[in-house]
Ligand binder design. Structure first.
Ligand SMILES: C[S@@+](CC[C@H](N)C(=O)[O-])C[C@H]1O[C@@H](n2cnc3c(N)ncnc32)[C@H](O)[C@@H]1O
Length: 287
């Protein structure tokens, strides 16, 4: 296991505006890249790390054990109000949400996030949940699958492939990631370097984890937990997430948007960490 490369870490601490004695939440701490950087930038804060992934929480609890002002908690950020209540905390100074999956999750075939590594059709961040990608692809109706490919994957005219999936699953259920990816590749041409399965896998992952509803709930809770002048920083990796964050910030009268346009990684960061190229960061302050 390695720590995830923390995307735009310099901007993250700049926009979080770390204050001595402040309480902060890394709501998607994963394998601890941002958390470590935040703790190294200001040792005089209290930081809570949360993640849905139990493996990540186990890892980060050990990796950051030397920081006595850090605590990792296995929970979804949409539950952050309950988590903080248990900790006896009412309001916080800043919250970071770095959305999506981590490098460790995608590299671990068993988690089923990657179409390039063979593994079960899983894709759950939290393995206590029942819904998996296999369940969707093998059991959901034609209409439901078309809806999710078109809305979450932004795939146009997905009827043909969904009909083929329905026919194929009558004979044999889809079991692995690579089996599904190869099947999709037979129907869709590759554009440039992008594998045709990319958008379908993204759509499945969003549906498995109910990511858009969960994000809206998480944003609402984050704002309600911020002190006046508290900061919320969100990094997203695809347009549906970014649009959700942008309109949430814009339509919330309690928020002063600090990033009129999203902040993007610079060319040097993209060179070192090519996965960062689609990242967009937005930040706001509670007024
Ligand atoms: C991009 S990674 C975060 C990486 C982290 N910032 C770092 O620097 O190491 C996203 C993380 O969000 C977690 N996640 C996804 N949905 C979540 C949710 N609703 N609540 C908490 N964590 C979530 C995933 O399990 C994953 O570990």
């Amino acid at each position: 296991m390695t720590e995830h490369y923390p995307v735009m870490k310099g901007y993250v601490v700049q926009y979080l505006n770390l204050k001595d004695g402040g309480i902060y939440i890394d709501a998607t701490c994963g394998y601890g890249g941002h958390s470590r950087y935040i703790l190294e930038t200001n040792s005089n804060i209290l930081l809570y790390g949360m993640d849905k992934d139990e493996d990540a929480i186990r890892y980060i609890s050990n990796a950051l054990a030397d920081f006595k002002n850090f605590k990792a908690i296995h929970s979804g950020y949409e539950e952050m109000d309950r988590v903080l209540e248990k900790e006896g905390i009412e309001k916080v100074d800043g919250i970071l949400m770095d959305l999506g999956f981590s490098t460790n999750q995608i590299k671990d075939g068993e988690r089923g996030f990657s179409f390039q590594i063979e593994g079960p059709l899983d894709m759950r961040y939290d393995r206590r949940n029942n819904l998996t990608a296999g369940e969707i692809i093998n059991r959901w109706s034609r209409k439901e699958i078309i809806w999710l490919f078109e809305n979450y994957g932004e795939v146009k005219k997905s009827h043909r492939i969904v009909d083929a999936i329905i026919e194929r699953r009558k004979k044999k259920k889809f079991e692995t990631t690579t089996e599904l990816a190869d099947f999709i590749a037979k129907y869709y041409r590759r554009y440039g370097k992008i594998h045709p399965a990319t958008k379908f896998f993204m759509a499945l992952r969003i549906a498995v984890n109910n990511e858009i509803d969960v994000l809206k709930e998480g944003l609402r809770k984050a704002v309600s937990l911020l002190k006046t002048d508290g900061r919320l920083v969100v990094i997203s990796f695809h347009s549906i997430e970014d649009r959700t964050v942008k309109y949430f910030f814009r339509n919330n009268c309690q928020l002063n948007v600090l990033t009129k346009k999203p902040v993007l990684p610079d060319t040097e960061e993209i060179r070192i960490n090519p996965e960062s190229r689609s990242a967009k960061m937005r930040a706001c302050e509670k007024t």
